[in-house]
Design a binder for this molecule. Structure first.
Ligand SMILES: [Zn+2]
Length: 194
């Protein structure tokens, strides 16, 4: 079991998992969502929301569900989940998104850069990234297709545990977008390999 690592608010982190390792991602303070992206260790396969929807037959995932790669192999299985609501629809927040939607002019911390930076340290050029696994992010689809956000359901200390189904390079980001986090300022996340 690894020591618990803190991901400072609005920052990212990278780690490698061996097949069979379990990654616990924790929300220490509650109400904070984050992004996870996975590549196979050799960089040849990446996480695919589309394949995950196809093989799972649903857009919401929780305990027992598998996150699939773009080459149709299981990457991660959710083995426990205190929160029960996550998102696989949205692309990671990016500098362009903050400029278009929030009128930000300078640099703004964002999950896209956090994730790509973490993966670059493993020699994986990830950009541009499509949809990530946005854990603890509570987005809903209305019958007419409109998307709505609710604050994350995670309470202080809640976690999700994912088992690696292949050797993986993982990137995590503590999302700085207040829209996804109930309007609160960015908070840290934490993880450990168990
Ligand atoms: Zn984000």
């Amino acid at each position: 079991m690894s020591e618990r690592q803190l991901i400072p608010a609005a920052h990212g982190a990278g780690l490698r998992l061996k097949r069979g390792d379990r990654l616990r991602v924790i929300d220490p303070e509650g109400g904070q969502s984050g992004d996870l992206f996975a590549f196979s260790a050799d960089g040849s396969q990446r996480l695919s929301s589309g394949r995950t929807f196809d093989y799972g037959g649903k857009i919401y995932v929780s305990t027992g569900d598998v996150l699939w790669s773009d080459r149709s192999n299981p990457m991660l299985t959710i083995v426990s989940d205190d929160v029960g609501k996550h998102d696989l629809l949205y692309a990671p927040c990016s500098l362009e998104m903050y400029r278009k939607q929030y009128g930000v002019t300078g640099y703004h911390a964002n999950c896209h850069d956090n994730l790509c930076g973490a993966l670059r340290e493993f020699g994986i050029e990830a950009a541009p990234l499509a949809s990530a696994f946005n854990f603890f992010m509570d987005a809903d689809v209305a019958p007419d297709g409109r998307l709505t956000f609710s604050p994350p359901r995670s309470r202080a200390g809640d976690s999700i545990v994912l088992r690696a189904e292949m050797d993986l390079a993982i990137a995590l980001s503590a999302c700085p977008a207040s829209t996804c986090n109930g309007g609160a300022p960015p908070k840290p996340l934490a993880y450990e390999v168990i």
